[in-house]
Design a protein around this ligand. Structure first.
Ligand code: PEP
Ligand code: MN
Length: 367
């Protein structure tokens, strides 16, 4: 990917940071026009809106479909704002390009599928247009799959190419809707330094209050821009309501973040390493909380089923298996013993509390 073109010829559209904002989904003509007008008023030059929504489960709002392309065209006509939408099939590409959409993106569920990406890449090539395309990272943290998707587009002729980091899914509940794993986009930047890279703090965070800190973090480590979900009436949004902000709130966020002209190369290594430590500590604590919850449930189960609490061998076996694992992955045994003795102590305390109706009950050995 060494002969990339800028995303747009107009340099004013590339002024850092590039901001793309708009509703998760185009829901109605008025919703889209109101939102686009307010975004244009605060200086946003590119509006995003999902016309076709890939939903995890059937039955949720799947987008207004092709009619919404007319609303996007109307928004452009009324305000001069450029338009962007997600494409997931060749038919989407043909319809969006025919409706003069200015930028396409490929969503995280699609970029994980090489067949789909290839079909989209070929469809874009058939339009004969030099349209900019942004590729979101696949839902799973696989940088090669992400790069593969970018390469498919490049090989099919797309030169106005960029990437969007939207975080990675993980099972269970976490602070972030999609865990950032910043080292993955960092590695993408290392391999393709000229590829524009935008962050999507809305889908990473999944919560309004996380947009500002995530945006700042992304700009600090040298992202070229942000794609942020903004809706004229976020609480009533038909998709992703919790993570959308009004255009006025977006203005506050954008005014509050500071673009320090960071660059991946200027970012000191220690700053980047510290970010990784912070992220790992967050994950570690979230895992511990999950473990404690399970421990509590074991305590409850024993109480409900009158199961004797003391199983003396269990702790010794568990500890030994953790020490063995530690050996394999380079963590010293005495450290593991101290760590698990603390965790065990807390588990016991939780189970004793669960068991407080049994006077004098001995602590559990399930940890
Ligand atoms: C979106 O941008 O609304 C969207 C569906 O995002 P993702 O593909 O990142 O989940
Ligand atoms: Mn969304």
């Amino acid at each position: 990917m060494d002969t990339l073109k800028p995303l747009f010829d107009d340099p004013t559209l590339l002024k850092a940071p590039i901001i793309i904002a708009g509703p998760c989904s185009a829901e109605s003509r008025t919703q889209l026009l109101d939102t686009a007008k307010s975004l244009s008023d605060i200086g946003v030059r590119i509006v995003r809106a999902g016309v076709w929504k890939p939903r995890t489960k059937p039955g949720s709002f799947e987008g207004a479909g092709e009619i919404a392309l007319e609303w996007l065209a109307e928004a452009k006509e009324a305000t001069g704002i450029l338009t962007a939408t997600e494409v997931a099939t060749p038919a989407h590409v043909a319809a969006a390009v025919a409706a003069e959409v200015d930028l396409l993106w490929i969503g995280a569920r699609t970029s994980a599928n090489p067949f789909a990406v290839q079909e989209i890449a070929d469809a874009i090539s058939r339009t004969g247009r030099d349209i900019p395309v942004l590729v979101k990272n696949p839902v799973n943290p696989d940088i090669e799959l992400w790069i593969g998707a970018l390469q498919r587009l490049y090989t099919a002729g797309t030169r106005r190419l960029g990437a969007i980091h939207r975080g990675f899914s993980a099972y269970g509940h976490h602070t972030y809707r999609n865990i950032p794993q910043w080292h993955i986009p960092f590695e993408l930047r290392r391999r393709y330094p000229t590829l524009p890279l935008l962050a999507d703090p809305s889908h990473i965070g999944g919560r309004r209050d996380l947009i500002a800190p995530l945006s700042q973090q992304a700009l600090d480590i040298g992202f070229d821009g942000l794609i942020i979900e903004s809706h004229c009436d976020p609480d009533r949004a038909l998709s992703d309501a919790a993570q959308q902000v009004t255009p006025a709130q977006l203005k506050e966020i954008l005014d509050g973040i500071c673009h320090r002209d960071g660059s991946f190369s200027k970012t000191s290594e220690i700053q980047f390493l510290r970010q990784q430590i912070d992220a790992l500590d967050t994950e570690m604590l979230e895992l511990l909380a999950k473990r404690m919850e399970i421990s509590r449930r074991i305590g409850q189960y024993k109480k409900d089923n009158n199961i004797p609490i003391i199983q003396t061998e269990r702790y010794a076996d568990m500890l030994q298996s953790r020490i063995n694992l530690g050996k394999e992955i380079g963590i010293p045994g005495d450290f593991i013993s101290s760590l698990f003795s603390l965790i065990h102590e807390e588990s016991v305390r939780l189970q004793v509390n669960t068991d407080s109706t049994q006077p004098g009950a001995a602590p559990s050995s399930d940890h």
